[in-house]
Design a protein around this ligand. Structure first.
Ligand SMILES: [Fe+2]
Length: 231
């Protein structure tokens, strides 16, 4: 099985580039190149770790549907903070992007070739599945824990959630301090759940950097991806 992790495409973002990421005014060429990569590397599906769009609107969802629909393989996605900027955004995603949310909800699991993929929204503040543009206090709701506890429990598992489950170490950034560490409680919860549920890999986004950290046999990975801009 070969799948590709992408994240933080921030489709529709009108603002200038995030500090380590150049903006693209038009995402078409990027998706053309992505399609070429998928074909050449025989990628079977793409996992998108969230911040698919920038403002949580139906308009940007429709733009994203066109772009992801142009790719030669399916994309399965989790939502990020920028995807959830309207109280109704989580309901709109399966309506506007049903191919990216094949179970009709933003929290779900899929099984591919004997591996279970758990796609879980990381929430910020309250109410759940809504980001007010400020609070980045990542947490899981009972709804996400119910997904983890449903279905087959004996498969090797990969969790995908937008908020990274640990900060990027200084030796992976060259920065003087750990970058974009989540709240300590979220990190503890994510690794504890992973241990309990036989999850050996946690994929994420949000930091717009390549992160690879292994703790207690569980690896956390995030990716740097254009054309996104804001975290
Ligand atoms: Fe984000």
């Amino acid at each position: 099985m070969r799948f590709l992790l992408i994240s933080d495409t921030h489709i529709g973002n009108p603002r200038p580039g995030y500090h380590h990421q150049e903006p693209l005014s038009e995402p078409g060429p990027l998706f053309h190149a992505l399609g070429k990569f998928v074909r050449e590397n025989k990628v079977e599906f793409i996992c998108h770790a969230g911040d698919i769009i920038d403002d949580g609107s139906r308009e940007q969802m429709r733009l994203a549907a066109k772009l992801f629909g142009s790719l030669p393989c399916p994309t399965y996605a989790v939502t990020g903070n920028h995807d959830l900027m309207f109280p109704e955004s989580a309901e709109w995603f399966p309506e506007e992007l049903p191919a990216l949310f094949p179970e009709g909800t933003t929290d779900y699991f899929l099984i591919r070739e004997g591996i279970r993929f758990d796609f879980l929204t990381a929430n910020w503040g309250h109410p759940p599945a809504f980001w007010d543009g400020e609070c980045l206090d990542s947490n899981f709701q009972q709804k996400q824990l119910d997904i983890l506890n449903s279905g087959p429990q004996d498969l090797p598992r990969i969790m995908i959630t937008h908020s990274p489950v640990c900060g990027v170490p200084t030796d992976q950034t060259g920065f003087p301090e750990i970058y974009h560490a989540p709240p300590e409680q979220f990190e503890k919860t994510a690794f504890k759940l992973a241990k309990q549920k036989n999850i050996s890999l946690i994929l994420g986004g949000h930091n717009h950097l390549n992160l690879c950290v292994t703790k207690d046999g569980i690896s956390a990975v995030t990716v740097f991806c254009v054309p996104g801009n804001a975290v």
